[in-house]
Design a binder for this molecule. Sequence first.
Ligand code: HAM
Length: 428
Amino acid sequence: MANKTIQTPRGTRDVLPEDQIYYRHIEKIARGVLDGLGYNQISLPHFESVELFNRSIGDATDIVQKELFLLESRKDSADAAQYALRPEGTAGCVRSYIQNGMGSWPQPVKLYYSGAMFRYERPQKGRYREFNQIGAEIFGDATARTDYLTIMTSWEILSRLGIKNMLVYANSIGCEKCRPKYITKLKKYYKDNFSKLCGSCQSRYEKNPLRLLDCKEAHCQEISKNAPSTLDNLCTDCKKHFSQTLEYLDYFNIKYDLDPSLVRGLDYYNKTVFEIVETTDLGRNNTLCGGGRYDGLVEQLGGVATPAVGFSIGVERLVSIMKEQGIVPDKIRQVEVCILQLGEKAKEVSKKVYDELSKNDINVFFIPSDEGLRPQIKYADKLGARYAAIIGQQEAVKNEVILKDLKNSSQEIFPVENIAAAIKKYIS
Ligand code: HAM
């Protein structure tokens, strides 16, 4: 009987070489934008203590209740802590800010990260159990300028990638002063409609009433249409903060719509929350990016009260939209030149050419061969090289190289000392 083959776990995928080009391009553009705006990169563990996620994302949220990948400790381990694979990067970033005393660094502290996140979700298009995010967090600036900077940074990454039809959905969910009064109003409204709510909303009513607003069930959405809006119930400070944020968006022509039902699925937010989506003729499509302000989280996790705001972009969704929109990523530089050497005498000159090309940052491939020209050209073709630098007996004596374009078969002769400059002209 044939041995059974092993498949990837449900909700995970191999990123094959043909797709790496998208990931590499996204990473390059995102890094360029983030470095250019003064963010610093941070790398965080892929697993953290479960308590971190309970106390930040919130123990009544779907992410914590249903979607955490819990890690079982080895029975023989003295390490009793319970760990989980990270479902997102913000909690780890805040933990790191506190643990590394970043409160004493010059403020604001602007960090970015990229990497795999894990959520035990029901897999479907654009929803995986292992996916990648590029995210950024800004600590220590409570002004609307940073809300704007956060939205602008993610918008800039997506626009530089060439994504079309983007729209920001924005909302403010208030602060610890105005939100409790709003929640009381909201619950009063939903109390009268309680029996008509779906099962999940009935349990949200006590545990997480804000989430009543973004239920995807049609009849719950109907009820939420007439619910009191967060925007009509903001305190003066929150109102001013939000209108300043929107003024920046207007000033810089970032397209947005207000969405009073946008509350986000994580508990740590206050004030500004936003998502960036690709809109199509059919309406709102996949959400590419989500973020918002979370001024209470550093203190909640044991640090000194520090305002903060951030965003994360979902890389898999971005790749699929790039493909749908026909965006062609930058090529990856592979083998550019293959040196083909014929006969013993050419070995020394070939090595000189090899050193010269390597020194000049040209991707050169050379392993001396006893074969004739034809099989060597075939080999160079297989490697994907556009050019062959051919050194035979005659060229070796004259210290010259034949540069052959393997695509159109044209060729030219150059002195060895000019070969690097000549190739650079062709490949740049
Ligand atoms: P989030 O909205 O949960 O926010 O995730 C951000 C983005 O990650 C989503 O818009 C989506 O593109 C992508 N994403 C989420 N779940 C999946 C999945 N299962 N499969 C594929 N892509 C997915 C956060 O994670 C917050 N940490 C954002 C933030 C940073 N807020 C403040 N700072």
